[in-house]
Design a protein around this ligand. Sequence first.
Ligand code: SF4
Ligand code: SF4
Length: 295
Amino acid sequence: MKEIVVISGKGGTGKTSISSSFAYLEPNAIVADCDVDAANMHLLLDADFEYQEDFFSGEVAVIDEDKCTSCGKCYDVCRFDAISKEDGFYKVNPIDCEGCWYCYRVCKDEAITMQTQKAGDLYISNIKNGSKMAHAKLGFGAENSGKLVAHVKKHAKSIAKKENKEFIITDGSPGIGCPVISSLSGANLVVLVTEASVSGLHDLERVFKLIKTFKLDSVCIINKYDLNEEMTSKIEQFIENENSKVIAKLPYDETFTKAMSEAKTIIEYNKDSDIAKAIIDSWREIKNHLADTKR
Ligand code: SF4
Ligand code: SF4
């Protein structure tokens, strides 16, 4: 089983449109939507949310008003300003609480308990090409999206094993933070999607530092290459210097937004279009690359 992780250094590069198209093209793959802060792959793949489970992560302090004697010690020690006094009672704001347990330890009246928080939902869905996907929604204000990503990947891997699938196609989150690092764990190949702009190159440089740290193999797709061909050349040179490979240069094409607005993948929207053909070729290239490198 091979895991292909599609990432980009920034949002708006067309990463999810491309990874959804790969997913649609490959029924022999389980899909993992690890962009848990802004998950939307389920819309393009018509996920049915067949299975749901709560995701718990982190703890927050809760004050029992019946036991609290309003001594104020917890308020004094909280370095995160998570405790306030309202109408004579001390209260914890769960959004600000970092779960450090300091208040719990100083409360002599045992009025504080530390409670595990629901941080999001994990789903397993059937998708429109007959395969399955693991996906999630992070709760409002919830942290630990890296842990939720790991949870999504674990489920995707277990379904892929059970159903004897050849691939896992993972849509990672943009940026270089904790959720992306979690998305990259166990990847056989990273597909970097960038666009021909100054910020595209800058973010690509940052992402390459990350994948080099983890010694991961990569290929690249340059989207909207024709909007700035001089920048495209610089990006190609950079990718070559990093011993990676450009597998596709996609022109600016309104099909990306039109397909998205109709909740379709680019392949479904118009499989005979040049952009759909280029994405089909890219997926073939990815499979060939994995076969050649035997990673
Ligand atoms: S330390 Fe305990 S008793 Fe004192 S204000 Fe806080 S919760 Fe109430
Ligand atoms: S657990 Fe830590 S952050 Fe949360 S209220 Fe108590 S002292 Fe403040």
